[in-house]
Design a protein around this ligand. Structure first.
Ligand code: SAM
Length: 186
């Protein structure tokens, strides 16, 4: 594998776009189902993104990345059209979530995302930005989900396997344990 190909995978490339398109469709289908029942059961729907990012991939532009775009016939301007998961989920045209939580351990990314999503907040969406580790916020979510009225859709989209390992370590097991214990006890 060439160095350029390795960089393409680190950055994401076309599969990122496909993944985000598939994810948006999944969230749309989830909302269609939940919207049929939420009033009857008085559910409060939570969207939780544990690795929310900055909403942009412009910071990833390096000379190798730009070369890669040339290879595939894409100009650098195209990359500024990038819509991350957060923006896509907020743009879905049906009744959305009651609360949106965007977690990122990078203060810079968290602030950039908050700025980018400001129009949605002005439009009435309840957005919460937490500059924190995804694991500790997942533990808080697990606690909140003990209340049956809350239903959550969780996106965990870290960079590569290293971030994923952080997430599926003991903290993730604790999240599952908390939730399964609650199911057992009820
Ligand atoms: C792949 S990006 C997210 C891309 C985003 N889902 C999108 O659609 O644009 C991964 C983000 O996870 C953040 N991150 C990495 N480890 C983290 C952790 N343990 N807790 C919270 N955020 C983390 C990084 O700062 C980075 O912004």
């Amino acid at each position: 594998m060439t160095l350029r190909k390795q960089k393409k995978h680190r950055w994401g490339g076309f599969w990122t776009e496909e993944k985000l398109n598939a994810f948006s469709k999944y969230v749309g289908a989830y909302l269609t189902i939940m919207n049929k029942h939420r009033d009857k059961y008085r559910w409060q729907l939570i969207y939780f993104d544990g690795f929310a990012g900055s909403g942009s991939r412009e910071e990833e532009h390096g000379s190798d990345t730009i070369d890669m775009f040339k290879e595939f016939g894409i100009s650098v301007d195209d990359t500024t059209l990038y819509k991350g998961a957060a923006e896509r989920v907020l743009s879905i045209e049906q009744q959305g979530f009651d609360y949106y939580y965007f977690i990122d351990k990078s203060e810079e990314s968290s602030n950039a995302l908050e700025k980018k999503l400001a129009p949605f907040r002005e439009g009435g969406k309840k957005l919460e930005f937490r500059c924190d580790d995804a694991n500790s916020q997942l533990a808080k979510l697990a606690e909140a989900l003990k209340d049956k009225k809350y239903k959550a859709l969780v996106l965990l989209d870290p960079f590569g396997m290293q971030g994923l390992n952080i997430c599926i370590g003991w903290d993730w097991n604790r999240f599952v344990d908390t939730y399964t214990n609650w199911c057992r006890d009820k």
